[in-house]
Design a binder for this molecule. Structure first.
Ligand SMILES: [Zn+2]
Length: 154
């Protein structure tokens, strides 16, 4: 009966990104939304909300979508590149799907650097989302890409 009440559990391949991640709860929630492709970006909002533009508020060059925001946008790619560099990973930012696969592989390794990678991955997504919201609602640039790493301040 108990198992019936619980229902079926779908094992998602990215669960290790969420489990044992020491990022803040807010960061984990936004990361969870992005993993389910549920961030309310302008490309989805334009169909049912009265918004005037679907332009990315961070770079103003492309249509805003979850895929663009993480990490095809020059701004967010710069933030993620700074984090990768600070953790001494010799790679450049790629689109979210590729970064997720790489992070999942990396989390199978042990060590503090890989735990930090997992945490910074979630904090990076949250920081980009905060910056995006600051631009949308207050038209203010909260931080330059290079300052986001300092803002995260774990
Ligand atoms: Zn952009």
């Amino acid at each position: 009966m108990y198992q019936c009440l619980l229902g079926e559990h779908v094992k998602v391949p990215w669960r290790s990104v969420m489990c044992n991640n020491r990022a803040t709860p807010k960061s984990l929630f936004i990361t969870w939304l992005s993993l389910w492709n549920r961030l309310p970006t302008r490309d989805g909002l334009v169909t049912w909300k009265d918004i005037t533009t679907d332009c990315c508020p961070l770079c103003t060059n492309e249509k805003e979508s979850a895929a663009h925001l993480l990490f095809e946008c020059d701004y967010s790619a710069a933030v993620w590149n700074d984090i990768l560099h600070s953790l001494r990973f010799s790679r450049r930012s790629a689109p979210f799907d590729k970064e997720l696969i790489w992070v999942l592989k990396a989390t199978k390794r042990t060590g503090d650097r890989h735990k930090l990678l997992l945490m910074y991955f979630a904090e990076c997504i949250y920081s980009i989302w905060l910056q995006r919201n600051e631009m949308v609602f207050n038209q203010k640039c909260r931080s330059r890409p290079s300052d986001i790493l300092l803002d995260i301040n774990l």
